[in-house]
Write a protein that binds this ligand. Structure first.
Ligand code: ADP
Ligand code: MG
Length: 1001
């Protein structure tokens, strides 16, 4: 055999798709099929002078000195496999990956990043497909010889374990399957990710698919992408209608693949209060707020674990809040980058500004050049939009110069061009130009100070508006009251029942965007921000503003009443929550308006929204709104007591028992004249929960008992269920397990259809916990599995993490260690993401048990020490049963370790912050007990690099590390990027995990 190639080596990996299935179908015929497949491959390797480095099972690893020959080999193999006669059900389909990189053979083998990369590329292929990296493609392109194949560009892909996305090509030749269409990273994904889920790489969350073509702007996209490489905050600025939002979304689609958690669009246009900006970002990302922490803190904590691009769209009206957000978020979350759009720069630290100009109005060939060939981007946009209204529209010798003049008149402003093009069918291009000119003359006088392009847009909008009939104009003005997408029913509520034809006409004129389905599946229209601002101005002039806002509030209250009823039942829960998700902006606006102008409406609207705030984790933002509503309402208002009850409930979720007790007392006072009020039942149960938290077990039991009695008398099933689980919890804390079981069972007997889904899940979960205490593990497991399933269906993260935590406990008691680890890992992941601290603390205890069960004594002691330290810090009491269960394994662990090692392990746990302890628990649940001690990624790092990793794992931000080591932040960032590449850790938290696993922290 000739010598193995060195230097630029091309690696080819292959394996059989679905080999397990083949083994099953073919049984004893499989070895023969495998051998035939090997012969075919080896023939091709020999013909193309390849070197077989390793063969394992159905996988080949081959090295080539020539890139072209490697690809030829793959082609020959695929054609041969295709032509071969396989036994029935035994058709062999092989996936292949090829990559070229620098490598030096070592004792007949190769190691290193290039090999890893080639293997990953292979893993990304389908059976019958050959994927080729850009490095290999470049070499082949350079060879300039006649080739019997082509390489089709698939675009960038993110591959497992590789930090940066890679551009891939697919081998195409006669006889092979067709190439798939170019995969656009971040191509239109679903509207939203799962609640709270970090989106997968390449996915752009919150972005509806584009309905119209994106025209030109190649340089702008390139430049903004480039800016985002080097800077963490980039703001696209320019006047309304110049195309900032459109550019930002195109950029997001383009670069989403570079972010492990993709990109997320946050629409700020509908956010009324600057204080609500962090909550809006959290909502877009699906990050629930954390009771007791500001929305900003919760957001920063959650984002510290993600690698994501945030697109903050339309910052201008909340510019200071947006700038503050960037300045707080960026230092706290090193892997987050922000792309903002705003009429002005945010003037935040480290911001790079990109000034977006209107579209070029003269083409590459200059004005007057031949149509099509030399047409400008502005003309192309006009032609594209004109063709949408009039399929016969074309640019010819006659129309091209007029259109060129027209778009020049409109200063290349995309929005103005769209509005003009929408009228082309009715007016034709020549008339269009005349009419516009008239309008410009009219407007030019009053508006001298504004920039020309702003004037031209204003003129185009105004002109488009003047062409509407009186009724259409009125509808347009009134619809500008919607801060976000709106349904046809909503337009009727605001603009009257006769508004439908007007709405349809507005869509035709591009003054409203065509309907798209929202989070609840209902179709909704949208008005672009610039047009909305124009409409709002007109609305104010005509004095109709108050009426329109009041109608919107009326509509919002109507929706909120219906959804509140839905949220009270198991069956209606999901649809109601999605409906509110889709109406979010309108609800916010209506509530803000009602707080100022109609306190009694606000006092109804806010409590109706409260249960949804709870399911969506928006308690922190909701509480002050609800409190404002209550403060402005009259205590005599019949909505007042329920509002006080909800205030108490929201406060109790934030573990603020004293405040909660005060609200509950006021609620009870408010219904003093009505002894049969459901509010009385719930507020009494609420008091019981607070008392329990304060350690007053007997008093808690007494209050819960009263609530249960009253609920029964007045026939209020949900109230009775809440009271019964209160009784059960009190008994559990008193160590009276039989009683606890009795009350929990009583609660399960209440008709689940008649109470909220969330409550049903809570009852069943609590019951399962008590069943574990009394030793009925089989029943506990049944209940837990069912509830987990339901919680997943309902998107209820709180219940999911509590069920998973309990399931992990059950697995472990039954000796199913891998399942226990899997369930616990997921429980930890969800509870850290949702900031559910008490659940995280419980998971630490569970993790310690898991370590003890696998004889990892030091880790067990560390986890228990961290668990107990955290309990103490939050002033939480330990359940008697939990303390009892820990005693024995803890003693064994201490014995096994001896005094010194026990002390060291304890100290490690006590010194950890809760966040780091959770991180360690995630690592421990992910480690196979038999795996080597030092994780593979770390030994690739130098001593200095490892030191840097330790600083990261201690929770230091890049800025802090830079300060400590006297380096620039940019240097720290690029060093860490290299480290992450080497260690195969796409996210910062993966590095932290590596360091914890190796015991460096
Ligand atoms: N390059 C472009 N290609 C196609 N349409 C565009 C382009 N730029 C802007 N538009 C369209 O022009 C209108 C206004 O753009 P938008 O991005 O909303 O402006 P801004 O955010 O600056 O107010 C939108 O309908 C948008 O789709
Ligand atoms: Mg915009």
């Amino acid at each position: 055999m000739t010598e193995l190639p060195s230097g630029a080596v091309t690696f080819l990996f292959s394996d059989i798709e679905g080999s397990t299935r083949l083994v099953k179908t073919l049984r004893d015929r499989y070895p023969r099929v495998l051998a035939e497949h090997r012969d075919l491959i080896r023939g091709a390797i020999a013909r193309q002078a390849g070197h077989e480095i390793d063969t394992e099972g159905d996988a080949f690893f081959v090295a080539f000195a020539s890139a072209t020959r490697a690809v030829r080999c793959a082609l020959e193999v695929q054609l041969a496999l295709e032509a071969h006669e396989w036994p029935e059900g035994g058709r062999v389909r092989v996936r292949m990956g090829i990559h070229t990189g620098h490598a030096v053979p070592d004792q007949g083998d190769y190691t290193g990043l290039a090999v890893h990369r080639a293997a990953r590329i292979c893993a990304a292929a389908r059976g019958g497909q050959v994927l080729v990296s850009q490095a290999t493609q470049n070499l082949i392109e350079d060879e300039e010889q006649e080739l019997e194949f082509t390489l089709a560009d698939l675009g960038e892909r993110r591959l497992k374990d590789l930090d940066r996305p890679v551009r891939l090509f697919q081998l195409a030749a006669p006889g092979l399957e067709e190439a798939e269409p170019a995969a656009r990273p971040g191509a239109d994904g679903p509207g939203t990710g799962g609640p709270g889920a970090g989106g997968p790489a390449g996915l752009v969350r919150g972005l509806a698919p584009a309905l119209t073509a994106f025209v030109g702007r190649a340089d702008a996209v390139e430049e903004v992408c480039g800016l985002l490489e080097g800077r963490r905050l980039v703001t696209v600025t320019g006047p309304g209608g110049v195309g900032k939002t459109r550019l930002a979304t195109e950029v997001a689609r383009r670069v989403a693949g570079r972010f492990a958690d993709g990109a997320c669009l946050v629409e700020l246009a509908g956010v009324q209060e600057p204080a609500l900006v962090p909550a809006a970002v959290s909502a877009a990302l699906g990050i629930p707020e954390v009771p007791g922490r500001s929305a900003m803190e919760a957001l920063a904590a959650a984002l510290a674990r993600q690698q994501v691009l945030l697109v903050l769209d339309n910052c201008e009206h909340v510019i200071t809040a947006a700038a503050d957000l960037c300045e707080m978020l960026l230092p706290a979350a090193d892997d987050v980058r922000i792309l903002a759009t705003s009429q002005e720069p945010l003037r935040a630290a480290g911001e790079a500004r990109y000034r977006l100009s209107p579209l070029p109005v003269s083409g590459p060939g200059g004005p007057g050049g031949p149509a099509e060939a030399g047409e400008s981007e502005a003309v192309r946009l006009f032609a594209d939009r004109a063709r949408r209204v009039d399929p016969h529209f074309s640019l010819d010798a006659e129309s091209a110069p007029v259109v060129a003049a027209l778009v020049a008149r409109l200063d290349g402003m995309p929005l103005a061009i769209e509005l003009a093009a929408a009228r082309v069918e009715a007016l034709g291009v020549a008339q269009l130009l005349d009419r516009l000119d008239d309008r410009f003359a009219l407007l030019a006088t009053g508006n001298r100070r504004a920039a020309a392009r702003q004037r031209s847009l204003a003129a185009a909008v105004d002109w488009s508006y003047q062409l509407l009939s009186g009724q259409e104009q009125q509808a347009f003005r009134q619809l500008s009251v919607f801060p976000g997408p709106f349904t046809l029913e909503a337009t009727q509520a605001v603009a009257g029942y006769g508004a439908e034809p007007a709405v349809l006409h507005l869509v035709d004129c591009s003054l409203i965007s065509p309907p798209r389905p929202g989070a609840d599946g209902r179709a909704r229209y949208l008005m672009l921000e610039t047009l909305r601002a124009y409409g709002a101005g007109r609305l104010a002039e005509t004095g109709e503003q108050g009426t329109a806002a009041a109608r919107l509030a009326g509509y919002a209250l109507q929706v909120a009443t219906l959804t509140a009823a839905g949220l009270q039942t198991s069956a209606g829960e999901l649809a109601a929550a999605h409906w509110l998700d889709a109406e979010d902006a309108s609800m916010q606006q209506a509530l803000a308006w009602a707080l100022e102008h109609q306190p009694s409406a606000a006092a109804r609207l806010a409590p109706a929204l409260a249960p949804w705030w709870v399911t969506r984790g928006r308690v922190t933002a909701g509480y002050p709104l609800l409190r404002a509503a209550v403060e402005r309402a009259e205590p005599a208002d019949d909505a007042w007591p329920a509002a006080q009850y909800w205030l108490g409930y929201l406060a109790s979720l934030a573990v603020d028992s004293l405040t909660a007790l005060r609200h509950y007392a006021l609620a009870i006072k408010g219904v003093a004249t009505d002894p049969r009020s459901p509010v009385l039942v719930d507020a009494t149960s609420g008091r019981a929960a607070c008392l329990l938290h304060l350690g007053l077990t007997a008093e808690a039991a007494q209050e819960a008992g009263q609530a249960a009695d009253l609920a029964r008398v007045i026939g209020y099933p949900a109230g009775e269920a809440r009271a019964l689980i209160g009784l059960s919890a009190a008994a559990q804390y008193a160590g009276e397990e039989d009683k606890a079981l009795h009350w929990a069972r009583q609660a399960t007997r209440i008709d689940p259809q008649a109470i909220p889904g969330r409550l049903v899940r809570q009852i069943n979960h609590d019951l399962a916990g008590i069943l574990v205490d009394v030793g009925d593990l089989a029943a506990a497991e049944d209940s837990c599995v069912t509830e987990l399933d339901r919680a997943r269906q309902a998107g209820d993260l709180q219940s999911q993490s509590s069920c998973l935590d309990l399931l992990a406990d059950l697995d472990q008691r039954a000796g199913r260690i891998p399942e226990a680890a899997r369930h616990l890992a997921e429980a930890l992941e969800i509870s850290t993401r949702t900031g559910s601290l008490s659940r995280v603390i419980s998971c630490l205890n569970n993790c310690a048990h898991l370590c003890a069960a696998t004889r990892r004594w030091a880790d067990a002691v560390t986890m228990w020490a961290a668990h107990i330290a955290a309990l103490k810090e939050l002033g939480m009491t330990d359940l008697p049963a939990a303390a009892e269960r820990r005693r024995e394994p803890l003693r064994t662990a201490r014995q096994a370790l001896g005094a010194d090692r026990t002390r060291a392990a304890e100290k490690r746990g006590q010194d950890m912050t809760l966040a780091i302890a959770a991180e360690l628990a995630i690592v421990l649940t992910g480690t196979d007990p038999g795996s080597p001690q030092v994780p593979p990624g770390l030994d690739k790092l130098s001593r200095r690099e490892q030191d840097l990793v330790v600083l990261v794992a201690r929770g230091r931000t890049n800025a802090e590390i830079a300060g400590q080591l006297n380096l620039s932040e940019g240097t720290v960032r690029s060093r860490l990027d290299q480290i992450r590449d080497k260690a195969g850790c796409p996210r910062r938290t993966d590095l932290i995990g590596l360091a914890l696993q190796a015991g460096l922290v």
